[in-house]
Design a protein around this ligand. Structure first.
Ligand SMILES: *[C@@H]1O[C@H](CO)[C@@H](O)[C@H](O)[C@H]1NC(C)=O
Ligand SMILES: *[C@@H]1O[C@H](CO)[C@@H](O)[C@H](O)[C@H]1NC(C)=O
Ligand SMILES: *[C@@H]1O[C@H](CO)[C@@H](O)[C@H](O)[C@H]1NC(C)=O
Ligand SMILES: [Zn+2]
Length: 352
């Protein structure tokens, strides 16, 4: 009973720290639909049994652990992970620089470093299974977060959190509009408040409108080669470009400011909801590509494992030996029959 309650609460509590639970769940479901059969098995082996290998069930776990209302017992122990959800970029500079904005080798934590960290840890067979499970749960969430443009927002307004105003009837801030309010509005107006219907719609446009984009989204630009295809630098640069062009501009195209309340409605929604949907799709496609790549590399590593090769060679040699013995036996049998039988003359002929 308590257990069921725990699962339910982790699914339904809403938090304002990243794509809301709906956004994260959509990203995970899109990714799930693109996993290879090997990856599905891998995911099943790396998630708790009660998820039955369903990535979306724990997609918001990294948010739920942070707050006392969802994790009263040890939310304090997880505060170190708060910084892993986002990165800040300088106001209106409109590019991302890893050395300047997220030098994680010098203890500067951010979503770029966390994605590189957890892909590495998930792929690493030397990590124990608990560590790899943690890595997968973080990765599913952070590849979602990194596609919400305001998770790479400007430093002075804390990714839009300090820019306040009204969006239709809601008193809110810019960050929440992008995390949840636009998605909520879309689902309630056009999909009878049923996020499954919305998921089916997203899957549908992915396989039609965006069919040609999928392979390009799944690759890294050459400037950001990553062996696990987690091109986090490129993804953050996409965020920053969107921020400067659309996210941080009001309906008259004027930049938002912390000192002024905004009033946004139909125009902002109509011109930005398409961006939200593209980011959800990209995020799902890329999460699947990363997991598929990691599983493929692990399989490859297993194949070249010296143990297996050695056993195969020994088996092969054994079979060969048995065959040779058998042939020897056959030859000797024929030879004996010949030397003691009617053809003994031939033997002397050959010998001389
Ligand atoms: C990498 O993951 C470990 C384990 O969760 C964590 O302690 C460490 O801070 C992470 N490093 C970065 C750069 O995110
Ligand atoms: C936004 O406003 C609508 C309509 O008033 C309401 O149903 C919804 O719960 C509000 N959302 C938030 C996050 O406050
Ligand atoms: C999808 O592909 C088209 C055609 O190549 C391109 O113009 C468009 O920008 C792409 N969209 C995204 C979101 O990558
Ligand atoms: Zn988050």
């Amino acid at each position: 009973m308590l257990f069921a309650l725990f699962i339910l609460s982790s699914l339904y509590v809403s938090i304002v720290n990243s794509w809301g639970p709906t956004g994260h769940s959509l990203v995970a479901k899109i990714a799930q639909s693109m996993l290879t059969s090997n990856s599905k098995k891998f995911v099943q082996d790396h998630l708790p049994w009660y998820t039955n290998g369903d990535l979306s069930m724990l997609a918001s776990w990294p948010d739920t652990i942070l707050y006392p209302d969802t994790n009263p017992v040890d939310y304090l122990n997880w505060q170190w992970s708060l910084k892993l959800h986002f990165v800040n970029t300088p106001d209106w500079i409109c590019n991302y620089d890893r050395n300047r904005d997220c030098d994680w080798t010098n203890e500067q934590r951010c979503v770029d470093g966390s994605i590189q960290n957890y892909t590495e840890r998930l792929a690493n067979t030397k990590q124990d299974s608990i560590q790899r499970q943690e890595a997968l749960k973080f990765l599913v969430h952070f590849i979602g977060d990194i596609h919400q443009p305001l998770h790479a927002g400007f430093s002075s307004d804390k990714g839009g959190n300090l820019i306040k105003g009204r969006f239709f009837d809601n008193t809110t801030n810019l960050h929440s509009i992008w995390d949840t309010l636009m998605i909520e509005r879309r689902i309630s107006l056009d999909f009878q408040s049923d996020s499954n219907k919305y998921y089916n719609y997203l899957l549908d446009i992915m396989h039609t409108t965006y069919m040609k984009n999928i392979s390009q989204w799944s690759k890294c630009p050459s400037s950001d080669e990553s062996k696990y295809l987690a091109c986090s630098t490129a993804w953050i640069n996409e965020d920053v470009a969107l921020n400067c062009a659309f996210v941080y501009r009001d309906e008259q195209d004027k930049p938002f400011s912390v000192s002024q309340q905004f009033q946004l409605g139909q125009i902002y929604y109509n011109t930005r909801i398409g961006i939200v949907e593209e980011r959800l799709l990209q995020s799902g496609v890329r999460l699947a590509a990363v997991i598929n790549k990691i599983v493929e590399l692990r399989k490859h590593n297993d194949k070249s494992c010296p143990g297996t090769v050695l056993i195969a060679i020994v088996l092969f040699l054994e079979v060969l030996l048995v065959l040779i013995c058998f042939i020897c036996y056959l030859i000797r049998r024929t030879f004996r029959r010949q030397s003691f039988g009617e053809t003994s003359d031939n033997y002397h002929v050959v010998k001389s």
